[in-house]
Write a protein that binds this ligand. Structure first.
Ligand SMILES: NC(=O)C1=CN([C@@H]2O[C@H](COP(=O)(O)OP(=O)(O)OC[C@H]3O[C@@H](n4cnc5c(N)ncnc54)[C@H](O)[C@@H]3O)[C@@H](O)[C@H]2O)C=CC1
Ligand SMILES: C[N+](C)(C)CC(=O)CC(=O)[O-]
Length: 489
């Protein structure tokens, strides 16, 4: 699949990364002579952060190309994303140029923060092809896309757009009635306006306002939004009680509402100066990396809870898994006589530490997943465990041999050293490409989950174990197996 990105600034660069890292070919047009450098830097950030959100590998990256004209960039594109500056005249010119050259069946999405689709479609030769697909910065990490059509937008285009966005791991929120600034920016503008007043009136600095958000309701909003949060705030009586209690406060002079402070030179200098004092010690790229690390950590925490944006990550993993061949049982393995592939994933940003590489506890995390996968291949899967049998790890030895950085694609291959009765002795080798990063030697015992005591495995598991043991019997003992701490390497 091919995407054309028209305008590769903050948002277009983020779209380029989202498509590219999900396996799409990406063709970019942007007249800025610095565009390639800027997009390259956005891509670097995306490569270290996005792949680690998935517990399975993303597809292989697509091909990236830069083009001198819109006409050339849109050739063969299935999706065209317009992300040029927020000016209606500029956007109209771009739509005219791209519709003169693109496939009439392609989806044309606009990143506009504020214009309605019917405004974008004025003068277009095929208005039905155009819709708003408004993303959030950074586009490669945040899943929300507000998808807005007008009465002239084809329902087929809307349906295809939704489908493609889901395949990209995004959350298309179909806004059914067009309105300036859609949904999210309407809310953000209210907060932004109030914040400007608080600074202008000398009530708070930019830093104090940011602290009021990030130490409190900002964290809350990431997981439940506004209404669900307020429902809980109503106590056992819920939303009705909340409204009875706080409805009347809406009449108090808490908000300036639609009044916007004028951007005088003094106000602009005041805000820019406070912002420099607050954050000027970091470059924008540093701030982006800090932001990305925080976002990845929060989204992975939500993934653990299978909630909100985290539930979406699980759904995307399931889609990615469906596109790969994962053997269900030992009998399906192409070659059980070789160490078995038990893990293939990218290193998530929140697995790295102050030394700038994967931190030690995460090696155990990765080897634990590899062991789980090995157990699954034996038939010790969720059903087997629910029926009362499982394995407990009783001893572990990890050797750290080389570094892995955020975003690196790691694989684990597993050799069975002993699989006899209740005993299971595994040797995991972790690689980035051909580079051996670490080994993990683990001894496990089969247990009866009711008595919590060692027990013989079920017949199917014992047979699968025996099959691998026989197939791998001729493999040489891996270097480092049985090694004691401090032995020469
Ligand atoms: N920055 C933000 O937080 C968000 C912006 N948006 C929307 O995305 C769009 C782009 O905004 P940004 O990326 O922030 O702006 P930007 O200024 O970072 O990027 C705009 C890019 O368009 C290029 N450009 C200018 N004229 C062009 C033309 N005729 N053809 C192709 N490229 C052209 C510029 O060289 C520049 O690289 C706007 O509609 C904006 O409302 C949407 C979500 C968030
Ligand atoms: C400031 N903005 C209106 C351009 C913001 C957006 O449109 C969305 C975002 O990422 O906050």
């Amino acid at each position: 699949m091919k995407a054309a990105i028209i305008g590769g600034g903050v948002i277009g660069g983020g779209w380029a990364a989202r498509f590219l890292l999900n396996g799409w070919d990406v063709r970019i047009f942007d007249p800025d002579p610095q565009a390639q450098r800027k997009i390259g830097e956005v891509l670097d950030n995306a490569r270290r952060s996005l792949p680690g959100l998935s517990d399975v590998p993303l597809p292989e990256e697509g091909r990236l190309s830069y083009h001198d004209t819109i006409k050339e960039a849109v050739q063969g594109a299935d999706w065209i994303q317009e992300s040029v500056p927020e000016r209606l005249d500029v956007k109209h010119k771009v739509f005219a140029a791209l519709q003169a050259a693109c496939d009439p069946r392609a989806v044309i999405g606009s990143s506009t923060s504020g214009f309605k689709p019917s405004e974008l479609q004025q003068g277009a030769v095929r208005p039905e092809q155009i819709l708003v697909t408004h993303p959030f910065n950074p586009v490669y990490l945040l899943p929300l896309v507000e998808l807005v059509g007008s009465a002239a937008t084809s329902l087929d285009v809307i349906a295809r757009a939704c489908q493609i966005l889901r395949e990209l791991g995004m959350f298309p929120l179909h806004v059914k009635r067009e309105i300036e600034a859609h949904i999210a920016d309407r809310l953000l503008e209210v907060v932004w306006r109030e914040a400007l007043w608080l600074v202008k009136d000398g009530i708070a600095t930019t830093e104090e306002i940011d602290n009021a958000i990030r130490y409190g309701f900002g964290i809350r909003w990431a997981q439940m939004g506004l209404f669900e949060t307020y429902r809980i705030a109503g106590g056992e009586a819920g939303m009705k009680h909340f409204m009875a209690q706080f409805g009347p406060t809406l009449q108090l002079p808490w908000c300036k509402l639609t009044d916007v402070p004028e951007f005088t030179e003094d106000l602009v200098d005041l805000i820019a100066g406070q912002s420099d004092a607050q954050s000027g010690a970091h470059s924008i790229r540093e701030l982006e990396r800090i932001r990305d690390a925080n976002l990845v950590g929060m989204m992975r925490a939500l993934k653990q809870q299978n909630w909100g944006a985290g539930a979406l990550l699980h759904a995307h993993d399931a889609q990615l898994r469906a596109g790969t061949v994962l053997e269900k049982r030992v009998a399906d393995l192409p070659d059980p006589g070789q160490p078995i592939l038990t893990l293939s994933r990218a290193v998530p940003l929140d697995w790295t530490d102050y030394n700038g590489h994967m931190t030690e506890s995460r090696y155990l995390d990765a080897f634990t997943s590899a062991t789980d996968r090995f157990m699954e291949l034996l038939g010790c899967d969720a059903d087997y465990i629910a029926a009362g049998g499982s394995y407990f790890t009783v001893e572990t030895h990890i050797c750290h041999l080389d570094e892995a950085k955020a975003g690196a694609h790691i694989t684990v291959r597993t050799q069975l050293l002993l699989g006899e009765g209740k005993k299971l002795h595994l040797f995991h080798s972790m690689y980035e490409g051909d580079r051996l990063l670490a080994t993990g030697e683990h001894f496990l015992l089969h247990v009866d989950l009711e008595t919590r005591r060692p027990s013989a495995p079920g017949l199917q598991v014992a047979m699968a174990l025996d099959r691998i043991a026989r197939a791998q019997a001729a493999l040489p003992r891996p270097k480092g197996a049985g090694r004691a701490i401090g032995d020469p390497r």
